[in-house]
Design a protein around this ligand. Structure first.
Ligand SMILES: *Cc1c(COP(=O)(O)O)cnc(C)c1O
Length: 318
């Protein structure tokens, strides 16, 4: 009923982080979804295994999606489209920089067609791009922001199952959360497995109540898709929105500190938009006694590292 294309390099490793653990006084692990394989990896690979299978099943020849200039989702969609021999059109908010860098450079290398838009007109431009491709007989398939549809969320339902099979027991999963698909899939997976631990989403750009509603609703819709009867309400979704800083994509001192600390203690790279912010939140919570001393915490790395090489962040990082 829900076809899947095996596009990622899975399972991804779970690794202990001994030096960071010693610093924080708790037991810390990382799930390496920055290593999902194709095009520098990231969480969108798991979602797109299902979404692109759906697209192919619908006879799609052109994949259209949307994001910011440094969108990881767009870069991975472009790479997987190339691998599947599908044309890809990205509707990006912003304007073309003189020297493309980071994710955008990779989009160009992948031969992607790019349509530029202002942030305000992006949805309209997306619809227009789709209509034009349809009229031209290009058999377009539209993937919404972050591939956070019930179909895409199946990727993280499976991702949770994969983690459980790896047999590493933890009390907490901490994960960056923005368009809700990753957290919704993990939450549904945890319910299915009868898992005892807790999942904390560090909000990247929404206030807590908004993100909780998004995650709960998407988890319910995804449960429907796999014909599972569950009730998931907002109060079952753990979210912290204390680390929004100056807004989406704006890297502050705490993100820089987290990126440097993970690199210097563990040789592990985070990204400036998502995992840098989520790790900064986790470090702050740990420093303030949020986790009990004996608790084991898994940081679910969602990728995004090519954005480190974007001029907009690189110059600020060191
Ligand atoms: C898209 C993205 C996220 C957020 O995942 P959602 O499913 O949209 O909540 C987190 N980290 C990285 C690196 C991403 O690219």
């Amino acid at each position: 009923m829900n076809p899947r294309l095996r596009l990622g390099t899975l399972p991804t490793p779970v690794e202990p982080l001994p030096r960071l653990s010693a610093r924080l006084g708790c037991q810390l692990f990382v799930k390496r979804d920055d290593m999902t394989g194709i095009a520098f990896g990231g969480n969108k690979v798991r979602k797109l295994e299902f979404v692109l299978a759906d697209a192919v099943a619908h006879g799609a020849k052109t994949i259209i999606t949307v994001g910011a200039v440094q969108s990881n989702h767009c870069r991975i969609t472009a790479a997987l489209s190339a691998k599947l021999g599908l044309h890809c059109i990205l509707v990006l908010s912003g304007s073309p920089p003189e020297n493309p860098n980071g994710n955008l450079l990779l989009d160009y290398l992948l031969g992607t067609e790019i349509v530029w838009s202002t942030r305000e007109q992006r949805d309209e431009m997306l619809k227009q791009t789709f209509d034009e491709a349809w009229a031209a007989g290009k058999r377009p398939f539209l993937i919404p922001l972050g591939a956070s549809t019930p179909v895409g969320t199946l990727g993280y339902l499976e991702g949770f199952r994969e983690f459980i099979q790896q047999g590493v027991e933890v009390d907490w999963i901490v994960v960056a959360s923005s368009s809700a698909g990753t957290q919704a899939g993990l939450v549904l997976g945890a319910i299915q497995a009868g898992w005892n631990g807790r999942i904390l989403g560090i909000s990247i750009d929404h206030k807590a109540s908004v993100l909780q509603d998004m995650v709960a609703e998407l988890a319910m819709e995804t449960a429907d898709r796999v014909r599972q009867k569950v009730r998931i309400s907002r109060d079952m979704i753990r979210v912290s929105a204390d680390y929004l800083g100056d807004g989406y994509g704006i890297m502050g001192q705490s993100e820089k500190d987290a990126i440097q600390m993970f690199a210097r203690e563990e040789g592990l790279f985070l990204d400036p938009v998502y995992t840098g912010r989520a790790a900064a939140g986790m470090l702050d919570l740990a420093a303030n006694g949020f986790f009990k001393p004996h608790e084991r915490i898994l940081f679910w790395h969602t990728g995004g590292t090519p954005a480190l090489f974007a001029d907009s962040y690189a110059g600020d990082l060191v």
